[in-house]
Design a protein around this ligand. Structure first.
Ligand code: 13P
Length: 253
């Protein structure tokens, strides 16, 4: 047994207006009001953050942003600073999601800068990594993850990264309905924990929560959570519906 508290997060991506986000967040907060053994976070679009914060601030549901830009302020049209995110009520920020890497030019270097900026502003980074289908087929999964972790976390001390959360999201499993089997996911999570131990020591390796993401649903969460190195989930599609997401949060393993 370990003492890592499960962490289940909903990434709402580019779905829902502010009003729709508030409605879903309120419903969710009600549905999970009795849950004390799981940390719950939702990451609505930027435009909804402050509204959702007002709606859930008395509840146990926590708020995260889906991205940030590392500068404090400046002429960066369209970007959002860590300070703005904090002032919207967020404690968490998702960094390096594969959709940002794929469509918006995110690299391990920009991920590194964003992690630094999140930490400097007191935000907990939820750092996403994962291989594409071609990389898995070419038996390159572990090399890719090794590179993403080493470059993403370069220059940080164990102290800096005490709170970080990692999310393993195989790109081929995102939004495809194809979930990694629990054994496939466990194998990668174990690899990641060993890598963290090598880079940052046993203590951080033992306390870092590693989430799985990619077509997580009420039907597969129990089995995933029964694996020793899977500490939670980053849920896309199935988190958009409060009832479905609540039944993921109330998983039985
Ligand atoms: P889906 O759950 O829709 O596959 O998305 C996963 C994801 O990308 C969460 O960040």
């Amino acid at each position: 047994m370990n003492n890592r508290k499960p962490f289940i997060a909903g990434n709402w991506k580019m779905y829902k207006t502010a009003a729709e986000s508030v409605e879903t967040a309120k419903k969710l907060a009600c549905l999970v009001s009795g849950v004390i053994n799981v940390d719950v976070m939702i990451a609505p679009p930027f435009t909804a953050l402050s509204h959702v914060y007002e709606a859930i601030k008395e509840s146990s549901v926590m708020l995260g942003a889906q991205n940030l830009f590392w500068e404090k302020e400046g002429a960066y049209t369209g970007e959002i600073s860590p300070g703005m995110i904090v002032s919207s009520g967020c404690r968490y920020v998702i960094i390096g999601h594969s959709e940002r890497r794929q469509y918006f030019g995110e690299t391990d270097q920009t991920v590194n800068k964003k992690i630094r900026s999140a930490l400097n502003n007191g935000l907990v980074p939820v750092i996403c990594i994962g291989e594409t289908e071609n990389e898995r087929d070419a038996a390159d999964t572990f090399n890719i993850l090794d590179k993403q972790i080493k470059m993403g976390l370069e220059g940080f001390s164990p102290y800096d990264l005490e709170q970080m959360i990692l999310a393993y999201e195989p790109v081929w499993a995102i939004g495809t309905g194809k979930t990694a089997t629990s054994d496939q996911a466990q194998e990668v999570h174990r690899f990641l924990r060993n890598l963290i131990e090598t880079l940052l020591g046993k203590k951080i390796a033992g306390s870092t929560r590693i989430l799985y993401g990619g077509s997580v649903k009420p039907e597969n969460i129990g089995e995933l959570m029964s694996m020793p190195d899977i500490d939670g989930a980053l849920v896309g599609g199935a988190s958009l519906d409060a009832e479905k997401f609540a039944s993921i949060i109330n998983f039985k393993s």
